[in-house]
Design a protein around this ligand. Structure first.
Ligand code: DAT
Ligand code: MG
Length: 133
């Protein structure tokens, strides 16, 4: 059994998509282990997106992810990382297939509704950053 970390971003919360998104994960068979509604601190946001530091979109990304409440969650199931990434779809909602969360709910890469960890190691690190610290 594998655990992953996903997080409804501020645009998803503002637009009232929390329930629909959680429902998709549940219907897929992933078990919800924990979730909460919080606004990330600047430090949490910087740690969460450390790999993108220095990129041209980094400042906007930090501004956006701290702009309102998010819904971080821990999901569990066989191949939870790959399964959740498949449900979420490509980073750019314009390229994400219809039927994926980003393909169905998003329009722009800078506000793409949801985050999903890309490896079990990053999932553990992201869970520690946002649920433990
Ligand atoms: P993903 O969220 O699919 O793992 P990523 O890790 O490459 O994608 O990027 C993290 C977030 O940064 C992404 O969800 C949205 C934002 N982002 C990525 N590329 C971008 C770009 N070219 N312009 C603006 N925002 C971007
Ligand atoms: Mg990523």
């Amino acid at each position: 059994m594998e655990r992953t970390f996903c997080m409804v971003k501020p645009d998803g919360v503002r637009r009232g998509c929390i329930g629909d998104i959680i429902s998709r994960f549940e219907c897929k068979g992933l078990r919800l282990v924990d979730l909460k509604l919080v606004t990330l601190t600047a430090d949490q946001a910087a740690r969460h997106y450390a790999e993108h530091q220095g990129k041209d979109f980094y400042d906007d990304l930090i501004q956006f992810i701290t702009s309102g409440p998010v819904v971080p969650m821990i999901l569990e199931g066989p191949n939870a990382v790959a399964a959740s990434r498949a449900l979420i779809g490509a980073t750019d909602p314009l390229k994400a297939a219809p039927g994926t969360i980003r393909g169905d709910y998003g329009l722009t890469v800078s506000e793409n509704i949801i985050h999903g960890a890309d490896s079990p190691e990053n999932a553990d690190r992201e869970i520690a950053n946002i649920f433990t610290l």
